[in-house]
Ligand binder design. Structure first.
Ligand code: UGA
Length: 437
């Protein structure tokens, strides 16, 4: 099929490459000239495992091209909208400027029977509004909402073999003509058994908001347990292991630590609360305010624990933060708890050095006042305390014996509970985890 993908960020670039991998002819469109120049040269403009190899592979087939010009969408029959919906400045609600602009500039190139497929995360009600705009412009065209559930760091696999597809069509019916077209787009994963649910627009939009809210709630639940564990001398990692053995609960997404960040969960739960308020259903989601508050408390707690670790004062203490990205296998620093903690420590008088295998460039743009050191050995040399805040594999594998002589004082705060406390203590370190005695 001939497909256009509008917006080539973390979602769109991966989607475009994966659609070409599935055999379609794809053009990726974005207003950012640098991004398009990179992608045209088969260079990924951000770090995502497997993306660059995939770009090279599919570009050699001639099925994938990129453009800054929306007229490149004219030859396509299916148009995916993959632009961002960030949090509005000074408000909880989502900013739909980019979604609206993408659709408006696509309209002149819509042909009869074209299908516009929304993938961006939007407040419930958006698809219905956009569908009317599409119909008013081209009566025979359709708008379908097909939320995306990919995780950064696993984006290629999540796109090629997702857990499920959700199609939101205006009448919620399997017989809607756009269903067969999207089935053709996803023919390969569907034939290998990926389930799909066809529903109406609002349900499809809410599936995404509900899924991210559930994930955020699960993390904040275990972080709340971590607070109680700290107060009572219990160990939250063993508690998570034990409750996670109940299949109804499950062990995934029960890792207590410095909390969730990134470009999705924090802003999505806020936008969901804002939208529920507009709909008069705000009471239903007041618990999400608590989920957000528990999450933010983790950052303050780490600053307090760091002070304790440094004998009661942060002033002039050399602290090395291991990890800047909001999670491993990504260079994304949007709302990264690691960076927010690093900045807070620096404000409170510590001398902070941040290291990360992939995210330092992005981190330096957001927090130019922090000191960044790409070489890990140099970063930890002489440190008064190490803070492991993003659980990259190389940090999880650190050898406490080898490191002991490099630091000024052997003290470590394990913000993700991924190190073996016994091993580090036996090597002469003062070890602190979160929610661990
Ligand atoms: C999240 C969802 O997991 C995806 O399904 C969704 O498609 C995506 O948002 C989106 O809306 O686009 P992502 O933001 O890539 O994906 O990252 P997650 O893997 O969900 O991690 C989010 C944060 O939670 C990270 O900061 C991570 O460190 C933290 N986390 C995760 C924990 O603190 N504990 C856990 O047990 C798991």
């Amino acid at each position: 099929m001939r497909i256009s993908v509008i917006g080539c960020g973390y979602l769109g670039a991966v989607h475009a490459a994966c659609m070409a991998k599935l055999g379609h002819e794809v053009v990726g469109i974005d207003v950012d000239e640098r991004k398009i120049a990179d992608l045209s040269a088969a260079t990924a403009p951000f770090f995502e495992p497997g993306l660059e190899a995939l770009l090279k592979e599919v570009q050699e087939t001639g099925r994938l091209s990129f453009s800054t010009d929306m007229s490149a969408a004219a030859d396509s029959d299916v148009h995916f909208i993959c632009v961002g919906t960030p949090q509005k400045k000074g408000e909880n609600a989502a900013d739909l400027t980019y979604v609206d602009a993408a659709l408006t500039s696509l309209l002149p190139y819509l042909d009869e029977d074209d299908v516009v497929v929304g993938k961006s995360t939007v407040p419930v009600g958006t698809a219905g509004r956009l569908a009317q705009i599409v119909k008013a412009h081209e009566e025979t065209a359709h708008l379908i909402w097909n939320p995306e559930f990919l995780r950064e760091g696993h984006a290629v696999a999540d796109t090629l073999q997702p857990d499920r597809f959700v199609y939101g069509v205006p009448d919620g019916s399997e017989d809607h003509p756009a269903v067969a077209i999207l089935d053709e787009v996803y023919a390969a994963p569907l034939s290998s058994g990926t389930p799909r649910i066809v529903t109406d627009h609002p349900t499809a939009e809410l599936v995404k908001a509900a899924a991210n809210s559930f994930l955020a709630t699960k993390i904040s639940f275990i972080n709340a347990m971590a607070e109680v564990c700290e107060a009572s001398g219990a160990d939250v990692t063993r508690l998570a292991d034990a409750i996670g053995m109940d299949e109804r609960i499950g062990r995934k997404f029960l890792n207590a630590g410095i909390g969730f960040g990134g470009g999705c969960l924090p802003k999505d739960i806020r936008a969901f609360m804002a939208r529920a308020g507009e709909l008069g259903a705000d009471q239903a989601l007041t618990f999400l305010r608590e989920v957000d508050a528990i999450n933010m408390r983790r950052r303050t707690r780490v600053v307090e624990l760091s002070r304790e670790l440094c004998d009661g004062t942060l002033l002039g203490k050399r602290i090395t933060v291991l990890g800047a990205a909001f999670k491993p296998e990504s260079d994304d620093v949007r709302d990264s708890p690691a960076l927010s903690i690093a900045a807070q420590l620096q404000l409170q008088g510590a001398v902070v050095t941040v290291t990360d295998p992939k995210a330092l460039q992005n981190a330096a743009k957001r927090f130019p006042e922090l000191h960044f050191e790409p070489d890990m050995d140099a970063a930890i040399s002489g440190a008064d305390a190490l803070l492991l805040l993003t659980e990259w594999k190389q940090y999880q594998r650190l050898d406490p014996h080898a490191l002991h002589s490099s630091v000024g004082s052997p003290r470590i705060l394990d913000g993700r509970n991924v190190l073996d406390p016994g091993k580090w203590r036996a090597a002469g370190w003062v070890y602190r985890g979160l929610g661990r005695a």
